[in-house]
Design a protein around this ligand. Structure first.
Ligand code: SF4
Length: 221
């Protein structure tokens, strides 16, 4: 049998297994575990969409439309991460894992200061960094760049997922997109392609998606 990696979350008890075909895993699991249940790509499940009636953006403070925030993800970037899922995506990849995030009117419009408060909770969730995904974070470039500036001021490592390719983002003219790319430690780019999803590898959903360290190196000076 191939080498496999088993990760048990000490807080939630969640088990993540890498390196096995699903059929092999099911055979092995049947011997070791009670009946399995589907999960959404091994990220924490049963997280409610974000709803806060107290979140009212003000005109002079940057904001971002947020679908939900969660902690302790071990599959969306290196280590253990707190995650912001932005609302809105226009790509409509077939078999997208998160169709509930697609509406640009979904989630809650939140001030960046409120987002920071929840992402970096004072009591502290154990984390190696922050991940921003969607939906499509680059649909809201001004809010995205403002959030990333605030996170970088606090010394956070940032991974960003996008359904666009890096080349498509670089071709856009908004200054906020350039700044967001400059502040990104890891960019995972490209749409999800179901036909390329088998054994896609670490952090990505399909093999067309790339893990790009410091995408700012691709920006023209
Ligand atoms: S880009 Fe991401 S969120 Fe948007 S449809 Fe594709 S997989 Fe879903």
């Amino acid at each position: 049998m191939k080498e496999t990696t088993w990760i048990i979350d000490s807080q939630s008890g969640a088990l993540t297994v890498e390196g096995l075909q699903q059929s092999d895993l099911m055979r092995l699991a049947a011997d070791l575990l009670p009946s399995g249940k589907p999960v959404n790509c091994a990220r924490p499940i049963n997280i409610e969409p974000f709803r806060r009636s107290s979140a009212h953006p003000v005109d002079d403070e940057p904001s971002l439309r947020v679908y939900r925030i969660y902690h302790n993800s071990v599959v969306e970037g290196p280590g253990r991460r707190s995650v912001l899922q932005a609302a809105g995506c226009l790509q409509r990849c077939p078999a997208c894992f998160v169709p509930e995030t697609h509406s640009i009117h979904g989630g809650v419009e939140m001030k960046i200061s409120d987002i920071i408060e929840l992402l970096l909770a004072p009591e502290g969730e154990p984390r190696d960094g922050l991940t921003i995904l969607g939906g499509e974070p680059f649909l809201q470039p001004d809010g995205l760049a403002a959030l990333m500036r605030a996170l970088k001021q606090r010394g956070q490592h940032i991974t960003v997922y996008t359904g666009y390719t890096l080349e498509q983002l670089i071709a856009r003219s908004e200054a906020a997109i350039r700044q967001a790319l400059e502040l990104t430690d890891i960019l995972i780019d490209g749409p999800f392609v179901k036909e390329l999803s088998n054994n896609a590898g670490e952090w990505v959903g399909s093999t067309n998606q790339r893990v790009i360290f410091h995408p700012s190196l691709s920006l023209a000076v």
